[in-house]
Design a protein around this ligand. Structure first.
Ligand code: PMV
Length: 359
């Protein structure tokens, strides 16, 4: 797929208002390392979540002379620290939708999860904003099919934050060219036409909040450290192997293999950070304590509970829906004391973005 096929040249001036909700996602095979315009150095696959969502409304209006390009409210309040990221996003996507240049955007966003919970919100935020923008484009592109609209939304979201490409649809999305997934490519994420084993349709992701702080290392810096990383080529080759093996686990329902690969990916992501130059450690002592608790629980009970990690200290506990009660008992009795203010967020696999009627 060429980038040119995503350019919508028509220029127009119009008023339009829309609102979309987009979920966060959690990668099973991680994207870490990029090149060019937000292109991944390896393919990744993620569960789309359902409860950790961003809801964004945009009012597009013809831009008046001297007027700012956009204004932005987060939880009904002005939030200037988000402006550079939005500005950069609009700069990157305008070549694919030049009519944006003629419009002012009044953007208002809120998250279902606490902003300062250490849960990455850029994926859901960029995906929700991208959906509002393609919805506007769609009004002037009447013969556009729903799949093409979703492809463009994923393509635009990627330009805001790579992992946001995977927050458009569900229950799983693959981003980055992989021999194992027909149609997969670096430009946008796809929903693979694969019959996933039913156990994964309602898989649970309970996020244990170990550190609510803002990220200590920006993703852009982190991805950049894979350039010239001593283990980079092995890591990228490993991601291809892992995605192939994970496809087997996800279709056969082999939970042992799923657990093995999920934890290997989580720890490899952190191993890459610990061995880059400069090196950094994003796990906290409580992250490690929780990992050992999870391993002990699994060894003692034989229940299929495992973890994955994002670029931070929080733990994502992954388990089948039918294990919910014993796992929640375990969390409440043994894990909460390792969480900041005993905070955890229960989420599960979901189906992606949806349009929300305006009030
Ligand atoms: O989308 P970015 O640039 O914030 O990168 C996110 C990378 C990880 O969350 C660590 C892994 C992933 O694939 O989501």
């Amino acid at each position: 797929m060429q980038n040119d096929s995503f350019v919508f040249e028509a220029l127009f001036e119009a008023q339009f208002q829309t609102q979309w909700q987009a979920p966060s996602n959690i990668a099973l095979v991680k994207y870490w390392g990029k090149h060019g315009s937000q292109l991944p150095k390896n393919p990744s696959i993620s569960f789309t979540l359902s409860k950790c969502v961003t809801t964004t409304s945009v009012h597009f209006s013809p831009q008046k002379k001297g007027e700012a390009r956009f204004d932005f409210l987060f939880n009904q309040k002005k939030q200037a620290d988000f402006h550079p990221k939005i500005e950069q996003f609009l700069d990157r996507i305008t070549p694919y939708f030049p009519a944006l240049k003629q419009h002012h955007l009044s953007i208002s966003s809120q998250n279902s999860f606490p902003h300062s919970s250490g849960i990455a919100s850029s994926a859901s935020a960029m995906a929700a904003l991208a959906m509002c923008i393609v919805d506007f484009e769609k009004q002037h592109h009447p013969d556009w099919s729903a799949p093409s609209m979703l492809q463009k939304a994923s393509f635009l979201a990627r330009l805001g934050s790579g992992s946001a490409a995977r927050s458009i649809a569900g229950p799983l999305m693959v981003w980055g060219q992989s021999e194992d997934f027909l149609g997969s490519n670096d430009q946008y994420a796809i929903v693979p036409q694969v019959n996933w084993h039913p156990v994964f349709k309602e898989y649970q992701d309970t996020i244990l909040v170990v550190d609510k702080g803002v990220k200590k290392v920006s993703s852009t810096l982190g991805h950049g450290l894979m350039d010239g990383h001593p283990f980079a080529s092995q890591r990228f080759a490993q991601a291809h192997d892992h995605i192939q093996q994970l496809k087997t686990a996800l279709t056969t329902g082999d939970l042992d293999q799923f657990i093995d690969l999920s934890e290997a990916e989580a720890l490899t992501l952190h191993a890459m950070m610990m061995t880059s130059n400069p090196r950094f450690v994003l796990m906290q002592p409580n992250t490690l304590a929780l990992i050992h608790k999870i391993w002990d629980f699994r060894a003692q009970t034989r229940r299929p509970l495992c973890f994955t990690l994002d670029a931070g200290a929080n733990i994502h506990l992954l388990y089948p829906q039918q294990e919910r009660i014993p796992v929640l008992d375990f969390i409440k009795n043994e894990l909460l004391s390792y969480c900041q203010q005993e905070q955890y967020i229960e989420d599960q696999v979901g189906n992606g973005t949806q349009k929300i009627p305006l009030p």
